[in-house]
Structures are given as structure tokens and as C-alpha cells.
Unconditional design. Structure first.
Length: 403
């Protein structure tokens, strides 16, 4: 389908403008007639965006783009009609995918669809929980407020994601650099130096022989090791597609002393923040939990959220269901129970999320602060052993010469 812009008259003789999706100009006029509009001017949309079909196949909004669009929409929808707000954001969008998706949503809204229904036609860009909260806001007539909460929620999640990535970049680069330096020394430097020891006729020190052996192994079989590692990664990635294997791996991850705690705290903070937003939006907790369960990557935590939903369906409270899973931090369970008892569940969940995010940031910063010097010390120790393995034969030769 193509997008058409129109100027039409309604039954009262007032001018109406907008855009719609149609197969051709005749189809567009017919669609306007069904809406009791008489076309005065009709022309292909200048944005040349598609609303359906192959033109949008595979097009989706990134998390960053969705966050920005939600904030812009929350700002504009409180001072302008929804159709105008969508059109304005679509026109001002800098990247083509965002412009295409928003134009398609705008066209669907003009055709009479609710915003949540229009977004449901672009499921790859608008998550289920996002659409559910939009639908809830439309149902109670509080769409601007819901959009504000969604924007805050997405910005918080993007901020946490950015902090995690930013915190891991430097240690990862440092670790990669250390490995590259050590391998380069073993493959290119050590062989050149040990050639000088072939003619001395003396037994080399044990450390030197070990280093030479490792160097020879890397030069002869290093490429096969890389190939085997690559194949192993591919096989492991494929095995993760099996639900049972993935659940086992996730269970192991949660059992690790450091990574397990970070994973639980991060997911718990995200769950608390999401539940707080859902409660404020008037979305039923049960429905929100079922939708949230589909967005959790860790299979163990995903099963825990599903179990919580089942327990609530049977009449249990949120805090009791959360406690039974035995995977969420005790502080979250306690604050959820306190919120239920006091009738302030939303604010208590928000406080729990704030606390868990602070704990996550503090714990991550401390752990990475210790990790960096550990990597440097290990790298320095390995390089020192390589240098020592080269110096020992030289010292041995000097001793023989002086003797």
C-alpha cells in the first residue's frame, strides 16, 4: 500500500486534512467516502513511506529510538491532538526506520485505529508490555500520563543498560589486549630469541623449556585451536536454543558468587520498576506479569515470574508469590509486602527499584575497580615469566664463562 495525503470536506462542510494508506488513488477516495469525507485534493504522501507490506518488512525501532519517540510523544500529546503529534514526530525523525514506523502508525490512527491497535500492527517495534500500558491509558483517558511513565521507565532501563555496557568495556578491552600481547610474545618474540640457545650445548632451565614448548605448540596448532574455539562457540550458541539446556546454563549463572548476584539484582530492579509503572497505569498485575515473563531472558527468572502469575491467579498476594520463588532479593519481597499492607504498592516498588539499582551500581563499580588491577597484575606476571625464561639461559652462560 501507498500513503496518500488528502484535503477533504466532512458532512458539516469543514475541511479535514491528513494521510491514509491505500492501494491506489481510487481506493483512497473510496476509503475517504466510507468515513463520510469528500476528497478535494488527493496526492501521494511526500514522505513516501509505506504503511503495509514489503516496504516495512524487517523495519523496527531500536530501544534508543523508542525511548526518544516515547518522550517526544508524551510531551506533544498533552498539547496537541494525537494525529498531529505523530505526524510531527515522524516528519522530524532523523533516521529512516523511525520515520517509516511512525508514519505507518500515524496512518493507522487516521484510519480509525486506537494508538495501541496501530502499534500492535508494528509488534516488532512496540513490545507487548508497552502496548498494554498504552491501551490501559487509552481506556481510562490518561494517555499523556501513561506516556510520561513509559518514557521514564524506558529512560531508566536505557540508563542501566548503558552503565553496564560502559562498565564492561574497559576491562574487556584490557583483557583482550593482555591476551594479544602474551600470544604475540610467545609466537613471534620467543622463537627468535631461543634460536640463540640451540648451540650452547647445555640443558636449558625448566622454565625456559616450558615457555619454548608453549611457544612451539601455539605456532603449530594455534590456528586449529582458534578454529576449535569458534566451532565450540557456534555449537554452544546452537545448544542454547534448547529450553532445557538454556535453563541449566541460566541456573549455573545464578549460582555464581558474583555474576549471579548481579543478574538477580538487575532483573529484580527491572521487575519492580515495571510493576510500579503498571500499577500506576491501572494495568492488572496478573496481566503485566504474564507479559513481563515473555521479556525475561534468564529462563530461571522467567519461570519464577510465570509462577508468580499463576499464584496470583489462584488468589495469592504478590509478595507471597514472590517469596515462594526464592530467587528475588529479600529487600524486594519485604518492600512489596509493606506496600500491599499500607496500600502504597506503587511507591514501595519504586523505592525497591531505586535501592536495587543503587546496590547494583555500587557493587559493579567496586567489583570492576578490583578487576582492573587483577588483570594488570596477571598480565605483568605472565610477561615477567616470559622475560625470566629468556634471561635464565643468559645468566647460566655467564656463570659457565666465569667458572
Amino acid at each position: 500500500m501507498a500513503a496518500f495525503e488528502y484535503l477533504a470536506l466532512d458532512l458539516a462542510g469543514k475541511e479535514r486534512t491528513g494521510s491514509l494508506a491505500a492501494d491506489n488513488e481510487d481506493d483512497a477516495r473510496a476509503r475517504l467516502a466510507r468515513r463520510n469525507l469528500s476528497a478535494v485534493r488527493l496526492q501521494p504522501s511526500t514522505s513516501a513511506a509505506k504503511s503495509e507490506g514489503a516496504g516495512l518488512f524487517g523495519v523496527r525501532l531500536s530501544v534508543k529510538a523508542l525511548t526518544l519517540v516515547t518522550r517526544q510523544l508524551a510531551t506533544l500529546v498533552s498539547v496537541a491532538p494525537l494525529e498531529e503529534a505523530l505526524r510531527t514526530i515522524a516528519v522530524q525523525a532523523e533516521d529512516r526506520p523511525t520515520r517509516q514506523v511512525l508514519t505507518a502508525v500515524h496512518v493507522a490512527v487516521l484510519e480509525g485505529y486506537r494508538l495501541s491497535e496501530a502499534m500492535a500492527r508494528r509488534k516488532e517495534s512496540f513490545p507487548a508490555l508497552y502496548r498494554a500500558m498504552i491501551a490501559s491509558g487509552e481506556g481510562v483517558g490518561a494517555l499523556p500520563a501513561i506516556l510520561e511513565r513509559l518514557a521514564d521507565l524506558l529512560e531508566r532501563q536505557e540508563s542501566v543498560r548503558g552503565k553496564v555496557i560502559g562498565a564492561l568495556v574497559y576491562p574487556a578491552m584490557l583483557c583482550v589486549t593482555a591476551i594479544v600481547v602474551v600470544i604475540s610474545l610467545m609466537i613471534f618474540v620467543v622463537p627468535k630469541l631461543v634460536e640463540q640457545f640451540d648451540t650452547i650445548g647445555q640443558a636449558l632451565p625448566l622454565l625456559t623449556r616450558i615457555v619454548i614448548g608453549i611457544s612451539d605448540f601455539l605456532r603449530m596448532f594455534g590456528i586449529y585451536g582458534l578454529a576449535a574455539g569458534a566451532i565450540g562457540i557456534l555449537v554452544f550458541a546452537q545448544a542454547l536454543q534448547a529450553q532445557g539446556f538454556r535453563a541449566g546454563v541460566d541456573r549455573v549463572i545464578l549460582g555464581l558468587p558474583l555474576i549471579g548476584r548481579l543478574t538477580r539484582d538487575l532483573h529484580a530492579a527491572r521487575l519492580a520498576r515495571t510493576l510500579a509503572s503498571m500499577t500506576a497505569s491501572g494495568l492488572p498485575i496478573l496481566e503485566g506479569l504474564m507479559i513481563t515473563a515473555r521479556t525475561v531472558d534468564n529462563q530461571v527468572l522467567k519461570g519464577a515470574v510465570t509462577d508468580m502469575a499463576n499464584a496470583i491467579r489462584e488468589g495469592g498476594s504478590l509478595s507471597t508469590a514472590m517469596k515462594r520463588t526464592k530467587v528475588f532479593p529479600a529487600i524486594l519481597v519485604y518492600m512489596t509486602a509493606s506496600g500491599e499492607n499500607s496500600g502504597k504498592l506503587e511507591s514501595m516498588l519504586e523505592r525497591a527499584a531505586d535501592y536495587l539499582e543503587r546496590e547494583f551500581n555500587t557493587f559493579t563499580s567496586a567489583a570492576l575497580a578490583l578487576l582492573e588491577p587483577v588483570i594488570i597484575v596477571i598480565m605483568g606476571g605472565v610477561v615477567a615469566l616470559i622475560v625470566l625464561s629468556i634471561l635464565l639461559p643468559i645468566l647460566q652462560l655467564n656463570t659457565l664463562a666465569l667458572g
